[in-house]
Design a protein around this ligand. Structure first.
Ligand SMILES: NC(=O)N[C@@H](O)C(=O)O
Length: 174
């Protein structure tokens, strides 16, 4: 399957989570402020899952391989990824009733610096980039669990990984 890399819109991201970096809200009841010197607005109320804390992670991505052979998902927490330097391509899929990725709704989005995506728990994902430094919001127990898996081969309990075949991005990550 050749996967087009789409532009971020709130609607396109909605099945998977929330677009971060939307235009300044016009709604009268928006939690927002603007003046000549600054503006700020509530983008999202992040939730790390029951009993979780919010963890700020600094993540570098440098896998530019357009082929995607593994997706992962976090079972407890939302996860926000915001490129600061260098863009990413975020590959996303929801789950079938059996928990495996629903490849019929597989999407890829180009995420430039200054925008981001907050994924719902259990959203399958992978990330490609020629080089990006990102701010990530996640959950400490999920991070430690993932390190245990990636560094020491332990079976993760808060993350699932799933092998996929024949998925290739239509355009190489920037
Ligand atoms: N640290 C961490 O959780 N990383 C992964 O989830 C990822 O998507 O990069």
């Amino acid at each position: 399957m050749t996967l087009p890399v789409d532009t971020l819109t709130p609607e396109a991201v909605a099945p998977f989570g929330w677009l971060l970096g939307k235009p300044y809200p016009e709604a009268a009841n928006a939690v927002a402020f603007t003046n000549a010197a600054t503006d700020f607005r509530r983008e999202h109320l992040f939730h790390p899952g029951e009993g979780g804390e919010v963890e700020v992670l600094w993540v570098s991505y440098r896998n530019a391989d357009p082929t995607v052979d593994t997706l992962e998902r976090h079972l407890l927490t939302q996860q926000a990824v915001v490129p600061l330097v260098g863009g990413i391509v975020q590959i996303l899929a929801t789950s079938l009733p059996d928990g495996t990725p629903d490849l019929d709704c597989l999407r890829a989005f180009s995420v430039p610096p200054g925008m981001g995506i907050c994924m719902k728990p259990e959203v399958w994902h992978a990330t490609r980039s020629t080089g990006s430094t990102c701010l990530m919001l996640t959950r400490p127990t999920t991070t430690v669990d993932l390190i245990g898996h990636m560094a020491h081969g332990r079976t993760p309990t808060e993350t699932e990984l799933h092998d996929v075949q024949g998925i290739r991005l239509a355009s190489a990550p920037i």
